[in-house]
Design a protein around this ligand. Structure first.
Ligand code: MD3
Ligand code: FE
Length: 200
């Protein structure tokens, strides 16, 4: 693996044991039973290839109206609580005095990707974002704080945890592609990424 020089990027390879990954997967099954994975439409009218859900006070979503955090799902119901198994990772590793207000759940089926973007719908860049990868591996791309900055790629595998703090919190990043069919953790395959965020 290459090392990323951007300050505040921390990767914990193989952080979750196979047993812990199964526990998380089962907890997420209960969450998506209450808050189904949905393919949102961007303000520009494009359907996102990544399916999304969330837990916590806020969920992130997008439609023709714009990108935003919402306290309700598109059907008007609140998001389910963030499972303790996920909160425990934040408490242990985020190094933040705040609690996460959103656990965004991204599901990548075969061919899904996420273009280079900056996460800036939160009120402040001062809080870290913590990511957990489950299922198939993916090529994560990260650049600098300007879209045109050079980028580096890192393979994210099931059980890896990434913490983006400091300057890294403002970095452009995306998922190029997933290596579909490598993991048998998820029933229908693909990759799940969780991101824990302080929103307000
Ligand atoms: C770098 N998710 O949900 S997680 C996203 O794997 C998102 O699904 C990707 O980008 C995924 O917004 C990448 C790692 C990550 C998360 C948040 C970041 C990297 C970040 C925020 C700032 C900089
Ligand atoms: Fe992001």
């Amino acid at each position: 693996m290459q090392s990323l020089t951007i300050k505040g990027f921390r990767i914990l390879k193989g952080y979750l044991s196979p047993e812990a990954q199964i526990r998380l997967r089962d907890d997420l099954r209960a969450v998506v039973a209450q808050a189904p994975l949905r393919h949102y439409t961007t303000p520009g009218g494009r359907r996102m290839s990544v399916a999304m859900s969330a837990a916590g006070r806020f969920g992130w979503m997008t439609d023709r109206q714009g990108y935003r955090y919402s306290e309700t799902q598109p059907d008007g119901t609140p998001w389910p609580p963030i499972p303790d198994s996920i909160m425990a990772i934040w408490q242990a590793e985020a190094g933040s005095g705040r609690e996460p207000e959103c656990c965004l759940i991204n599901h990548y089926a075969e061919g899904a990707r996420m273009g280079l973007h900056q996460d800036n719908d939160e009120a402040s860049f001062d809080h870290p974002v913590l990511s957990v990868s489950l299922g198939d591996p993916a090529t994560f791309r990260m650049g600098g704080t300007s879209r045109a900055d050079p980028t580096q790629s890192v393979l994210l595998e099931s059980g890896d945890v990434v913490i983006m703090g400091g300057d890294a919190r403002r970095a452009y990043h995306g998922i190029d592609r997933i290596r579909f069919g490598r993991s048998d953790l998820l029933l229908h395959g693909g990759r799940i990424n969780l991101t824990l965020r302080v929103v307000t």
